[in-house]
Structure formats: C-alpha cells, structure tokens
Write a protein that binds this ligand. Structure first.
Ligand SMILES: [Zn+2]
Ligand SMILES: [Zn+2]
Length: 390
C-alpha cells in the first residue's frame, strides 16, 4: 500500500476517536456535522450544509459545481445508536446511552481521509468528486432526505459508491458483490380483532390469541414452502401481545414483525401471499385482521458493471489479494435509495471480529482497517475516471 494512505490513516484514527467519544443519534448529528465541516474547511473544501437535515456535501475541487454537468460521488453515514457502550478505551462514548455501535464513526473518518487524499495528492480528474456525509442511516430516513434536498444533483451524480465496516471479514479485506448486498426491509403491524369474553366460555367469544398462534405457525410456510429454496427470505415476528390476565379472552392481538428479501419480485410475492394468508386465517377463526406495512428500505442492489469497476479499483491500491466473497446480509441499508437513482456499488470493508459484531455494546470500528478504506475509495476514483474520461 502507498505510504500516503498509512500516514493519512493515522490522522483518520484521531478523527475517529473524537467522533466516537461524541456519538449522536439519527437526525441529531449536529456536533458531528460541525466537526466534518471544520475538517473539510481546513483541507480547502467549501462544504455545503442544509436546513432540512444534518448532512454535508462537498465537491473536489472546491467551487467546481458551476462548471461540469456531472460528477462521481462517495458516501459515508454519520449516526450512532441508542446503546450503552461497554468499553475501557480512552475514546469511549461520553454520552450515556448512545454509542457508535455500527462503525459509522469509522465510515466518516474514512471519507474525511479521502478528502485528505484528494487535497494532498494534488490530483484532479475530468469531473469533480462529490463527498456525501449522510445523517440518519439507522432510521432509513437519511438517504431519502439527502436525495430530496438535491444531493444527487448540482452537479448530477453519475455513479455512487459507499462502504460499511464488516466484522466477519478479516481487517482490511473487501467484498464487492455483483448484485445483492443487503436486504429489503418491510416491517408490519398486524391487529387481529375478535370478540372478548370469559376464559371459561370460549363459545361466546372469538379468540384472537388462538388465531394469532395459528397465523404465526402458518406464516412459517411462506419462506419454507412458497418461496424458492434458492432465494433468500426471512419472516420474523418480533412482538406478540394480547390479553392481561388468565381468565379473559382479549378483544385483540397485536403482532409486529419484519420481512427481509433480496429479490424485488419475491418481495412483492411474499407480501401479497402473507396478506392473503392473514385474511384467510382470520376468516377461518371468525375474526378480522388489519395489516399495515412500513417500508424501511429496498434491497441494496449493486450495478454489476460498477461492482466490477470497484473491484478493479481496489486491486489498484490494495493488490490482488484484498478481495473476498462474502454472502449478502439480510440486514438493511438506506444506501439502497441512492442505488435506485444512480448506478454504483456498496461494499464491505473487513474489520475482523476482535471488537465484536455490529450493534453490540462492546463493538468498536477497527482502526487497522482505516487505511484500506481510504485506499479502496482512492482506487475506485482512479479506476472510474480512467474508464470514463470524457
Ligand atoms: Zn447499523
Ligand atoms: Zn451501519
């Protein structure tokens, strides 16, 4: 690896530790935004901030917005999670009940490292590079908010790339799948409405609890029998609530859960089949059902050509041996909204398992991976403009 990336990563480490100590929840990344803006200004950038959200957008070279009609974009997310950190590190969270348990402090530090690389290497390309620092990834609201305020315009984004630290890969290794990286997340709330009554006189009631039990078991066949065993899908009931005492049949039962899929066609099919099953099971039990879906995010689907370009790019700076083949995750990621608008690729940067899994109170981003993150983006920038110079 070019020693430039190693010297930049030493500075990234210091930035990351500062961000890690002051984590902020989704949509409230005010101090984080100010820190990002200050870093960018000190490097000669002219960062743009927004009324509507705490995102930051910066072009390299600065002030190039009025010139070229389009650009290449790189994105990092900045928000933390409502978790109490368990750490003995000097840079541990100073905010009770909030911590960087998903490594977004690392993603922000890496993209600030890319800003350093752009500013220091003195290189320019035919079109600008746009750095996008995104709030509120964990709630799925950050990417749509940025898109709404024009982050993919002025100049128009031709292609977009982002990474996520991944504990299951060795530190510094990368995985850049051709297509699906993360799942579509569809959350549902289901109210089964029966008729309450005495626990000893079920014939006078319509029991939503037994209907809920039947539905939960029946729903297991949606993934096991209705969808192809070669297609990934998960249906999880995360909340089941009904009743308050031992001898009363309640009026209602509430079920909440999540459906995860990688294939958009299967997603539509499973949602339809699940609704039909809900109505039929409710009908068989003489009760009614109300169902509400909330889309958290669509599947994160790479553009195969952009994924191939990204793999070639990271080989330039990190060598042949840096790539691994990791399977997709059934977690969700709101970078998917960018990929619905613009071709690009999302990839994983290995962190090693030493600091635990994501969303864990003992998790910490592995500083050893910072240099590889910066070098990966740098390689992608070089490869991108070599392939599309005009
Ligand atoms: Zn997360
Ligand atoms: Zn994350």
């Amino acid at each position: 690896m070019d020693p430039l990336f190693l010297s930049i990563s030493a500075e990234c480490r210091e930035v990351r530790h500062r961000l890690h100590a002051r984590p902020e929840l989704s949509g409230a990344e005010f101090a984080t935004r100010d820190a990002v803006v200050a870093e960018l200004r000190s490097l000669g950038f002219a960062p743009q901030t927004f009324e509507a959200h705490t995102g930051v957008v910066a072009l390299w070279p600065p002030g190039s917005g009025a010139g070229p009609a389009s650009c290449l974009a790189l994105r990092a997310d900045m928000d933390a999670l409502p978790l109490q950190e368990e750490s003995a590190d000097a840079w541990k969270s100073q905010v009770a009940g909030v911590m960087h348990a998903c490594g977004h402090d690392g993603h922000t530090a890496v993209l600030l490292g890319v800003a350093r690389w752009l500013a220091r290497s003195g290189r320019t390309w035919p079109r600008p590079v746009k750095l996008i620092f995104q709030p509120a990834e964990e709630t799925g609201l950050g990417a749509p908010g940025l898109i709404e305020t024009g982050a993919l315009e002025n100049p128009r984004v031709e292609a977009v790339f982002a990474l996520h630290g991944w504990p299951e890969l060795p530190a510094g290794a990368l995985s850049i799948p051709d297509r699906a990286v993360m799942a579509a997340v569809d959350n549902f709330t289901l109210t089964l409405r029966g008729r309450g009554g005495h626990g000893a006189m079920p014939q006078l009631a319509r029991d939503p609890v037994v209907a809920a039990a039947a539905l939960i078991l029946n729903a297991q066949t949606l993934v096991s029998r209705k969808s192809s065993p070669l297609e990934a899908a998960v249906l999880t009931f995360g909340q089941v609530s009904a009743g308050r005492t031992h001898n009363v049949i309640p009026e209602t039962a509430l079920l909440r859960g999540t459906l995860r899929t990688l294939n958009p066609a299967l997603r539509a099919e499973l949602m339809r089949d699940f609704e039909s099953m809900v109505n039929h099971v409710a009908g068989a039990h003489g009760i009614t059902a109300e169902m509400e879906w909330v889309e958290a995010c669509p599947a994160t689907l790479n553009d195969p050509a952009m994924a191939a370009l990204a793999r070639a790019g990271v080989r330039r700076t990190l060598g042949e041996g840096c790539l691994r083949d990791a399977p997709p995750s059934m977690g969700g990621e709101d970078f998917s909204y960018f990929l619905q608008k613009v071709p690009g690729a999302y990839f994983w940067l290995g962190l090693g398992m030493e600091r635990g899994g994501l969303h864990n109170p003992r998790f910490d981003f592995n500083d050893e991976a910072l240099a590889a993150g910066v070098a990966a983006f740098a390689g992608i920038v070089e490869e991108y403009f070599e392939r599309s110079p005009a």
